[in-house]
Design a protein around this ligand. Structure first.
Ligand code: PRX
Length: 632
């Protein structure tokens, strides 16, 4: 049995031990899994190159730990409980034994399509159980999955397929989300037409039944691909440090980068954190509302819960369809014990009014969680009072795509809570705050940039195909530290509150968006000369996107011009990156060296123009007044 922390005293003891003897601590956790060959060394690391390796020399397959080992103890327990978009359709319950069979069968189908260990497989699928099957089937045969959220545009999808040189793409005929049906196969076709020469095959799952064009030499239906394939498939045994998956995420500069996670450390860490943070008890129903297209879905819908032998709910739809009572309906019907969602969803449902919650009986709820962005105090209290009835601890879990799993969080029912605080680091996690000069800020009641000074098993290993970029982005800012990009405060009790990004990344509805990426997209719009994008506070989304755009001359029809900007962003990235506000400006405030003064633009976007600081040193101070006057 993996350790489950049972009291705050035990937390402190475990934490102290994890710092004094990290290798002993993690070796004990890792020993509870099925390994084909034990590791020679628990940890090898330096943050200089960086080079981090966990359970060095160990050999395993993560899916044996997600599936095979549960066949003896819980074959008929539901592993995935699927709630469809349309509440009138029947949910699907897939037991561990059935999931094992489906994963093996699809793994055999992938092999028949020529997929081998180390090959990259792009998965662009809606939230159906087959998405989870696809992920696990790749891992089963040692192929590297790269899941792309099925809301990204063809251009974004093509960028990701090319960067990872994916051999196969897995998709569906269509994606039902709320009242919409999104033709995902068509997006895949468009993406491949943009020069994805590495793609040999596309496997298409029949989901909505919508007609799709099939390319006879390239495309094959999922049901045809699995026909006659065996429901058992020997797992390919891989090295602990072999790549498990690539997941693209946005940063301050350039195109999204492929964050790489490996088998051994990721497995040990996601299981440990899942079991401890939520205090999962056997038989409980757990629901994380994320999409598997993001890291939360990877770690806490698929891997963490399945490794721990949990029943994990997977939801195809959106919180407001057919009405804003949908989440509460699902919790009631499936008797959900642990519910994990994003602050943006909580704020949207809170804004819809209490009528959707009133009359609901949700006595099954035991633990509530949030992830993805800072939660504001009002939303925290609403969640606590209206949903948790003040008897369910809220775990405000802070982590990132790069961290693989939760790092700073309360442990449900054990850590004292403080609204809006992620509270304390989990065992094995050594955070610190750093000032602008790179000096560590000691003591409490302080604020700084959040770093980690020691590796945990699920830390990213590299960015795919560009290790130097990984070093530059995360390990170069502060010597011997991993820099998160977040600012944080440590209060008088040593508890952490995440303030938000300190770089040019904005967090819109819990989605991470690089301002540079949006600017690049906007600049592709006809007549656009230059643009600058900043975040501003948004009641529901947390942050909204504010775009300042310069055109090549007077714009007669501003509405049409703005629409063309929005269309371009949708085409280049996807609807999630569409600016909420666009202001056509005559120029952008720049320093004498030509750098855009984002600080000023942020203030204007926030509607706070009282103190813009000294603007006299700007190259073009007059433009500030014009921007202020035209703010939207
Ligand atoms: O700014 C932090 C914010 O989300 C960023 C990571 O985004 P992503 O890689 O997409 O992963 C999101 C899901 C893990 C962080 O740098 N963030 C995440 N969780 C929290 C948070 N901000 C405040 N509180 C949180 N609990």
């Amino acid at each position: 049995m993996t350790l489950q922390i049972k009291s705050i005293d035990e937390y402190h003891t475990e934490y102290a031990r994890s710092v004094a003897d990290p290798e002993g601590f993690w070796a004990e956790q890792a020993a509870t899994f099925r390994w084909h060959k034990p590791w020679r060394q628990v940890l090898k690391w330096n943050f200089r190159e960086p080079n981090v390796q966990w359970f060095v020399g160990g050999r395993l397959n993560i899916t044996e730990n997600c599936l095979d080992r549960h066949l003896e103890t819980r074959p008929n327990q539901v592993a995935i409980l699927w709630e469809p978009n349309d509440p009138k359709r029947k949910p699907r319950k897939i037991t561990y034994k059935q999931l094992y069979g489906q994963v093996c069968q699809f793994a055999n189908a992938l092999k028949a399509q020529g997929v081998k260990k180390g090959d990259r497989v792009c998965i662009y699928m809606p939230m159906t159980p087959e998405l989870a099957v696809a992920v696990l089937a790749c891992a089963r045969i040692g192929a590297i999955h790269s899941v792309v959220f099925a809301g990204f545009s063809a251009v974004s999808l093509a960028d990701r397929i090319k960067d990872a040189q994916c051999k196969v793409v897995l998709t569906s005929d269509g994606n039902s989300r709320g009242p919409k049906n999104i033709p995902v196969k068509q997006v895949v076709d468009e993406a491949i037409a943009l020069g994805c020469d590495s793609v040999e095959h596309v496997i298409v799952h029949q989901n909505t039944g919508d007609p799709v064009a099939m390319h006879s030499d390239r495309d094959i239906w999922w049901h045809e691909a699995i026909k006659g394939k065996r429901k058992s498939c020997k797992a390919t045994i891989v090295d602990s440090e072999d790549m498990l998956f690539i997941l693209y995420t946005s940063g301050s500069t350039g195109k999204p980068k492929g964050v790489v996670h490996t088998h051994g450390g990721y497995m040990v860490y996601t299981e440990y954190t899942f079991r401890n943070v939520f205090q999962y008890q056997p038989g409980e129903v757990y629901w994380c509302t994320a999409d598997i297209g993001w890291v939360t879905g990877h770690s806490y819908i698929v891997y963490g819960p399945l490794l721990a032998g949990a029943t994990s709910v997977m939801f195809e739809g959106i919180p407001t369809y057919p009405d804003p009572g949908r989440f509460w309906d699902v919790i009631q019907r499936h008797k959900v014990n642990i519910f994990y969602t994003a602050p943006t969803a909580i704020r949207a449902l809170m804004a819809a009014g209490d009528t959707w919650v009133k009359g609901r009986r949700m006595p099954s709820l035991r633990v509530l969680g949030t992830v993805g962005e800072p939660i504001n105090e009002e939303a925290w209290h609403w969640y606590n009072e209206r949903i948790g009835k003040k008897r369910c601890p809220i775990v405000d879990t802070w982590w990132q795509t790069e961290t693989g799993g939760i790092l700073i969080t309360p442990i449900a029912g054990i850590t004292p809570l403080k609204p809006c605080y992620a509270t304390l680091p989990l065992p094995g996690v050594q955070p610190c705050l750093v000032d602008a000069n790179g000096n560590e800020i000691e003591g409490n009641d302080v604020e700084g940039m959040l770093c980690l000074k020691f590796p945990w098993p699920a830390i990213l290993r590299t960015t795919y195909g560009d290790h130097e970029r990984c070093r530059q982005t995360y390990f170069a800012a502060f010597k011997d530290k991993y820099f998160t990009g977040d600012g944080a405060r440590r209060d008088a009790d040593g508890m952490y509150r995440i303030i938000g990004r300190v770089d040019d990344v904005i967090n819109v509805s819990g989605h991470r968006i690089g301002t540079a990426e949006v600017e690049d997209a906007i600049n592709k719009t006809p007549r656009v000369v230059e643009s600058a994008v900043v975040g501003y506070p948004h009641d529901i989304k947390g942050q909204g996107i504010y775009a300042y755009v310069i055109a090549d001359g007077p714009v007669a029809d501003e509405a049409a011009f703005k629409k063309s900007v929005l269309d371009t962003v949708t085409r280049e990235i996807g609807p999630i990156a569409k600016p909420d506000k666009i202001q056509v400006v005559p120029g952008l405030p720049k320093t004498r060296s030509g750098k855009i003064m984002r600080r000023i633009l942020r203030k204007i976007a926030e509607g706070d123009t009282s103190n813009l600081g000294d603007t006299t040193t700007l190259l073009n101070p007059e433009v500030v007044e014009e921007i202020k006057a035209g703010a939207v």
